[in-house]
Design a protein around this ligand. Sequence first.
Ligand SMILES: C[S@@+](CC[C@H](N)C(=O)[O-])C[C@H]1O[C@@H](n2cnc3c(N)ncnc32)[C@H](O)[C@@H]1O
Length: 224
Amino acid sequence: MESAADFGMDLRRHGGLGPAAPPRCRRIGAVTGTYWDEQADTFDDEPDHGLLDPAVRAAWGDALLPLLPAAPARVADLGSGTGSLSVLLAEAGYEVAGLDLAPRMVEAARAKAAAAGVDARFEVGDAAAPPWAAGEFDVVLVRHVLWALPDPDAAVGRWVRLLRPGGRLVLVEGRWSTGGGLTAERVRHAVLRHRREADVTVLDDPALWGRAIQDERYVVTSRR
Ligand SMILES: C[S@@+](CC[C@H](N)C(=O)[O-])C[C@H]1O[C@@H](n2cnc3c(N)ncnc32)[C@H](O)[C@@H]1O
């Protein structure tokens, strides 16, 4: 995803965040939230962000829905952005709670859910430490957020604790051509620190991205 990689480069310039960043950056929340607030108006312009093209939207449904338990089930969408995936899943009958650090992203997600007539809920908060009780969700879905967190292993541990027994962790990530991101092997290992299973599915179908891609894009799914 080009813009996520650009995000990494921008954040390194703005405050030392991103994969090459020092692990303890006190300004991480403020810098990240400000950056993403500024992106909220144009975020959906990327085909895989806004899912405005029906073919792209259908491709994401086809990729994600088979990984989930049958609806209705409770889904946490962490770093939910403008809520595109949350709304996609809410339309498919899931009960979705989104969380994002950037207030303007949360506003956009709420507006998108209202326009779609679904009652997905969104709040402002840190995906690295979600303000929700353990065992509340059947699914934790996170797309293009883990790689930018200062301690991915700790974040995955907290996400696993949100799950009910048998709940599913679904992590969509990439190692983009610009050098940002995490390899599938890195994410698989992060999951296996906390779970017994982590399956990698490559997401190289151009229909998902609105164009052909050359870099590494994937989803890591864990059922137990
Ligand atoms: C690349 S966008 C992905 C948005 C959404 N997951 C999607 O795939 O459409 C990254 C999102 O993560 C959010 N984010 C980044 N760091 C975060 C954190 N620590 N806690 C919550 N949200 C965060 C940003 O505000 C932004 O909305």
